[in-house]
Design a protein around this ligand. Structure first.
Ligand SMILES: N[C@@H](CCC(=O)N[C@@H](CS)C(=O)NCC(=O)O)C(=O)O
Length: 319
């Protein structure tokens, strides 16, 4: 067990903003790839996925794992949504409904696994990440790369109908990359830049960017079921995880309140609802209790009372 003080990396209420009050996300550090013939070969049962239902980045991985039918190949563990001074706890120390204990090492917190993989690790202890039971380390903790791996690495050992599902098809890659790029900075990370800003100007410039991004998406989705090429791609997955949290969390907690998705963005709302109600990979990866509790409980620097709002009612509208 580590004796080093890592609380500056585990306690989000101690997180430092830049001098101008803006939030800067640092790059993830474990960046290996699962690939046939590589150090991390695709094998059933060798890898373990750690996620929170609360976290949009982790939910990307949960959705793609289900879409690709990888449930038996890569088991998953759900942490408690109440991220405190030691970061994400497992159910053994915080038995929140739906949270689970760490099945591999009985770890109390996610940070214990990071420090087991690398005792000198000096970044945030984030979900999602993939653990390799053979090398006893973290393969990757960057969701954009995790979903790429899940899309292709296991194709030889899953049923053909799942193997042929390609969320990053060659003919659409350039467009997917370009959509991902601005969706990440303006929307996925944009809501965090608004919510974690510590000065008025930094907040205002961030929140305007979020809504300009949503206006762009609303136009793109008009009369369409998917963002790129009229097929489901990773671009939809990556945007969806932010949109599903928008009315329940980002409008209030992150002060992104120029409008709501349900009142102000009918095309985005239609697209979000269709994926949620018609595709179990999306609905089964969504837990509004974990989502709302996480944000409103875990950021006392933003919500000192830790009261979790009861609405919106409903969390997502019916079809
Ligand atoms: N770049 C990472 C970001 C992951 C991330 O920031 N996850 C958040 C939860 S939404 C986290 O675990 N934060 C813990 C902390 O910062 O202490 C990814 O996309 O995988």
């Amino acid at each position: 067990m580590a004796t080093r003080d890592t609380s500056h990396n585990s306690d989000i209420s101690k997180m430092k903003a830049s001098a101008d009050g803006s939030f800067n996300r640092l790059p993830s550090l474990f960046r290996d790839f699962i690939e046939p013939g590589g150090k991390f070969a695709p094998e059933k049962g060798r890898y373990h996925l750690y996620v929170s239902y609360a976290c949009p980045w982790a939910t990307r991985a949960l959705i793609v794992r289900k879409l690709k039918g990888l449930e038996d190949i890569i088991p998953v563990t759900i942490v408690s949504p109440k991220m405190g001074a030691n970061g994400w706890p497992f159910a053994s120390v915080d038995a929140f409904p739906g949270a689970e204990a760490d099945p591999l090492f009985g770890a109390e917190h996610v940070k214990d696994l990071y420090l087991r993989a690398n005792p000198d690790y000096d970044r945030r202890f984030t979900v999602p990440f993939i653990w390799d039971k053979t090398n006893n380390t973290i393969v990757n903790n960057e969701s954009s790369e995790i979903i790429r791996m899940l899309n292709t690495a296991f194709n030889d050992i899953i049923p053909a109908d799942k193997a042929t599902l390609d969320l990053y098809p060659a003919e659409h890659r350039a467009e997917i990359d370009s959509v991902n790029d601005w969706v990440y900075s303006e929307i996925n990370n944009g809501v965090y830049r608004a919510g974690f800003a510590t000065q008025q100007e930094a907040y205002e410039s961030a929140v305007k960017i979020v809504f300009a991004g949503l206006d762009k998406v609303e136009k793109i989705l008009t009369g369409k079921d998917y963002l790129v090429g009229n097929v489901l791609t990773e671009a939809d997955v990556r945007l969806w995880v932010t949109i599903i949290r928008f009315d329940p969390v980002y409008v209030g907690h992150f002060k992104c309140n120029f409008n709501t998705i349900r009142a102000g963005y009918p095309e985005i709302n239609r697209w979000m609802k269709a994926l949620y109600w018609k595709n179990p990979a999306f609905k089964d990866s969504t837990d509004f209790d974990h989502i709302k509790t996480h944000y409103y409980w875990s950021h006392p620097q933003i919500n000192g009372t830790r009261i979790v709002p009861a609405g919106p009612i409903p969390h997502i509208e019916p079809l």
